[in-house]
Unconditional design. Sequence first.
Length: 182
Amino acid sequence: MPMNQSEEPMHWFVMRDLKRPNAKEPAYKQLGELNIKVFTPLRWHLSIKKGKREREKRPFIQDLLFVHDAQKHLDPIVEKIPTLQYRYQKGKGYRSPMTVPDDDMERFIHAVESTANPSYYLPDELTSAMYGRKIRIVGGNLNGYEGVLLSTRGSKTKRILVELPNWLVAAVEVNLEYVQFL
């Protein structure tokens, strides 16, 4: 898409939502209603409401969300929502918002959305024992992805680890027929 001189480039900004976990309108839902592209790693959570069990999707990390937009467009929204904040880089000048490269973010989102039950890990949660063999996916939804298999005892499903550098690692189910060992 061509960009005019007056247009500011769009980035994936790393943001935080300081609302409580049980808030009815978390920031990722508010931004979605404004037609802003937002990604929050969600996982299934079992809760009891009015005596009945309900499965609902909740954020993996309560205050973490990724927003794809121009900073000039996001600044007034951040001013309007008091609990929404940019995450800032340390040592990179005064108030420089954290961003994630577009390619990394799109790759991560595509991998996570290709499976029904992604598992998320923080980078320091993974031990060297959890890293299996290096693989490449040939065919299927994740064609061309390279990574390592998640090694878990007793698991019959194979999962590839897809990393969002310095933030998250997702374990995504892969079909064994598409796996090529390197």
